[in-house]
Write a new protein. Structure first.
Length: 271
């Protein structure tokens, strides 16, 4: 180990062992992200002045229903996204492993699509403007990203490229080279910084009054933050979309950036 490398603070990925049942930090991170996101959306809904015509698009009781839709979107979309975007050949050969979510393998881009579809179904079911539902969800998503990236760090997965910076770490499964703790970069940018930005837009710039604006800024912000962090994160080995300086994560973020720009432009035109 390099003398300049910080020892990786090994943390047991199992937070609690209850007989044969292992409660892992990764699962707790998902639970915390969803529940705190639910609580945050409730607070946004309670502030009617933040929304178009000073009228929240749906009442706080419906947020409980929205939590169920978002949970399904995250779990099903995240898992199927990983299967289709990262390991399609493996899961075609081993289809039963698709159901083995406890073995890992979730995709944020897949979860995003799953949640967007879930939000559309929720909006249709309750006769709500879909973009306002997506704005509410987008404002809360960085909370889940923050916890999720910290869980990636605890699991010693998705580590960064080899580095000589003073805070580089030697990860248990990352070989002997000190590496960027890129999971923490992503937690800071995709999670904390993006949450602060969206909160400022919602409360100080009245962005929720223009349906689609907060969702658009989220897509832009995530695409930019993810692309920046991919410079320091080790690319997914062997992926077909690792094209020269581009990684699969960067390529998958391009449609997000374009859609986000369109949403912000459309929301501004309609405001």
């Amino acid at each position: 180990m390099s003398l300049l490398a910080i020892p990786y603070p090994t943390i047991d990925p199992v937070a609690l062992q209850l007989g044969p049942i292992a409660v892992k930090w990764y699962g707790l991170a998902y639970m915390a992200g969803l529940l705190l996101g639910w609580a945050y959306i409730k607070r946004l809904i309670e502030h009617a002045r933040l929304w178009p015509n000073n009228n929240a698009p749906f009442d706080a009781l419906k947020v409980d229903d929205l939590l169920l839709f978002m949970t399904l979107g995250v779990v099903l979309g995240g898992r199927l996204g990983f299967v289709l975007l990262y390991e399609p050949a493996h899961y075609v050969a081993h289809p039963l492993e698709i159901l083995q979510v406890w073995r890992g393998g979730m995709s944020f881009h897949g979860a995003l699509v799953g949640c967007a579809l879930a939000a559309l179904v929720f909006a249709r079911r309750h006769d709500i403007v879909p973009w306002s539902v997506m704005d509410a969800c987008a404002a809360a998503v960085p909370i889940g990203l923050l916890f999720g990236r910290v869980a990636n760090f605890i699991n010693s997965e998705l580590w960064g490229r080899p580095a000589s910076v003073p805070w580089a770490m030697v990860f248990p499964d990352g070989g002997t080279a000190p590496r960027h703790p890129s999971q923490l970069y992503e937690a800071a940018l995709e999670g904390l910084a993006l949450f602060v930005l969206l909160r400022w837009l919602a409360h100080s710039r009245h962005a929720l009054k223009a349906p689609g604006r907060v969702a658009g800024v989220f897509l832009i912000g995530y695409a930019v933050a993810r692309t920046f962090c991919e410079v320091f994160r080790a690319p997914y080995e062997g992926h077909l979309l690792n094209l020269g300086p581009l990684t699969a994560g960067m390529v998958y973020s391009i449609p997000m950036l374009l859609l986000g720009l369109w949403l912000v432009w459309s929301a501004r035109a309609e405001a």
